[in-house]
Design a binder for this molecule. Structure first.
Ligand code: FE2
Ligand code: FE2
Length: 290
């Protein structure tokens, strides 16, 4: 296969798969994956809220769908979790009401779920599927002359009755920011076309409609500017994300952010990124015909 010309990436977000009985949606997902295969994309990216239930058994449904379509492979697919993958609101409320646990217990519970997520999707995180590989991670892929790197982080913040009441506020942990800023990371990414992947939106309102621009703090990416600074330091051209279920492209601090919308609510639409060897890139949203 020759990669002399362009590298193509398909971006899908916020699938919100709702279990094995969600047959209609799963059939639409197979249809979408078939479309990717027929169009010959080099890579598929999914930016969180893969499922709707935060139940690890439901992540397996996505894993099976990827396997069925030959996409469960490090070189073919990369994904990050969203709040609906890691936070089970009902469970949080129940435990909160029963035990009133402190903050660190909630953080531990979310981190434990994240480790389960890492374990199930490890073959997409580490090329040999070994070890303790998990988020955050960097994936460097070579396509002939062109090297493309994906910098994937978790932006899901633990639930809190006062601070994160619907579990939809996000942040990048201090540890993650420190890890990204280790000099080795910049070294690994040197000369590569760098794309950041996260779930939460840098901008949570629509860009066109003034009425739509009311700031919604429950959806907020709290330390988005720390994240933006880290991405700029790593030379990222783009960040792909999801969360607010809007298909949009916007700029922040010289980085282009692309929101992949929601497959759950718009199952015929996805983002397509085309990157040339000279670092020139273009993006469009594609509507498939079913
Ligand atoms: Fe979502
Ligand atoms: Fe979300």
């Amino acid at each position: 296969m020759s990669f002399d010309k362009k590298v193509t990436v398909a971006h899908l977000s916020d699938l919100h798969l709702a279990g094995r009985n969600d047959r209609h949606q799963l059939a639409r997902l197979d249809r979408m994956f078939e479309e990717y295969l027929s169009r010959g994309y080099d890579h598929l990216v999914m930016t969180g809220d893969l499922i709707d239930t935060a139940s690890p058994a439901d992540w397996e449904i996505l894993r099976e769908a990827l396997e069925r379509n030959g996409l469960f492979d490090w070189s073919k697919t990369t994904l990050v979790p969203g709040n609906h993958d890691l936070i089970n609101l009902e469970e949080e409320m129940r435990i909160y009401n029963a035990l009133n646990p402190n903050k660190s217990i909630r953080r531990h519970r979310m981190e434990a779920r994240l480790r389960e997520f890492d374990a199930l999707f490890r073959p997409l995180i580490s090329s040999d599927g070994q070890g303790e590989a998990g988020l955050p991670f960097v994936k460097v892929m070579r396509f002939g002359e062109l090297s493309i790197s994906l910098v994937a982080v978790n932006t899901v913040a633990p639930w809190s009755v006062t601070d994160n009441p619907v579990g939809a506020r996000g942040s990048v942990s201090k540890e993650t920011l420190q890890a990204l800023l280790e000099p080795q990371v910049a070294g690994v990414l040197d000369g590569s076309f760098v794309i950041g992947l996260c779930h939460h939106a840098y901008r949570v309102y629509g860009v066109d409609d003034l009425i739509d621009q009311a700031f919604d703090w429950t959806m907020e990416f709290r330390n988005r500017d720390d994240y933006l600074r880290a991405m700029k330091k790593l030379g990222a051209s783009l960040v792909l994300h999801g969360h607010s279920h809007r298909f949009q492209v916007y700029q922040a601090g010289g980085v282009t952010f692309i929101n992949g919308g929601s497959f759950r609510y718009f199952p015929k639409r996805y983002g397509e990124l085309v990157i040339g060897a000279d670092g020139e890139w273009s993006h469009r949203f594609v509507n498939i015909v079913t």
